[in-house]
Design a protein around this ligand. Sequence first.
Ligand code: NIG
Ligand code: FE
Length: 385
Amino acid sequence: MSAVLVTGIGELVTNDPGRGAPLGLVGSAALVAEGDRIAWVGPAAAAPAADRALDLAGRAVLPGFVDSHSHLVFAGDRAAEFAARMSGQPYDGGGIAATVAATRAATDAELRALLAARVAELAAQGTTTVEIKSGYGLDVEDEARLLRLAGEVTSETTYLGAHVVPAGRSREDYLRLVTGRMLAACAPLARWVDVFCEPASSHAFDQDEARAVLAAGRAAGLLPRVHANQLSAGPGVRLAVDVGAASADHCTYLAPADVDALAGSDTVATLLPGVEFSTRSPYPDARRLLDAGATVALATDCNPGTCFSSSMPFVVALAVREMGMTPAEAVSAATTGGARALRRPDIGVLRPGSRADLAVLDAPSYLHLAYRPGVPIARRLVLDG
Ligand code: NIG
Ligand code: FE
């Protein structure tokens, strides 16, 4: 296996706790990658020899972003719904039906091309791992189809048959399908099970329904995560903690008991500030979560309804400007936080043995991610070829 020595790293974010706060930074750094793994990390002056060398001329390097929440397999867009929201319409999930119709009507080839373009868009902005959910099929064949397509580009696939109750179906019938035949078809194609949990009367699933979905998914070998507290301080977060979900995502509206529950658990609070931006909602109280000791992740939620942005740098900038996170906290949440939300100790960190998933900045420091919002300074660093 050939080894590549990367030199000229002006600032290296390792996220290795052994290297100290913040972010396990190493100045004037180098690293060696062998195949898809990191073999060595440290000060450039101590770097070993390798087969090939790449000089980054003072640029900053960090672990590639881990986007732990997206809905990338869909057709159509909802720009008109977005425009209506900007003139005061609230978001209630009702628009999901339009994406379901467009997605069902698309061929595999069309969906594959749309997905490939979106994955390339993420990589061009420094993302190296993306989780992708189903949820725009809402029948057995289409949910399985979306997961099959997602599985072609990531191992982090999530069954979200319980996104909303499709038009024309009774809740009871649909819940039976989601926990029965649809689950049986989808479980072999997914790692995770997710549910959109809100108080009864919304398009989503109430506490008991959501619990049933997660229990059935777990019995089929899937690991739980939850769309929680997006539209109200509902039951989602506490359900997520109660079932030991890897992550409670959104956390837009949190009661004090939700913060306490997250802080006392292994469930990661995954914040999606692109959604608040695109739905004109209040931002989650990241400061309170961090100060309470919760683990926080940042992700895009890239989807046609609530946030059609694939940009982790944008999310980092929002987290700093709008949620009171420091640049170091935001970068940590977008890398190692996402890795924790996906239970992946092999990513989000750069140390010997971890995956050589790298992002490089056309800038001398990670601080520029928030300091230069909207400027395309980040991209995935490809070492082989
Ligand atoms: O994460 N909340 C539910 N699902 C998505 C939005 C889906 C849509 O509106 O198309 C979300 O925000
Ligand atoms: Fe989502």
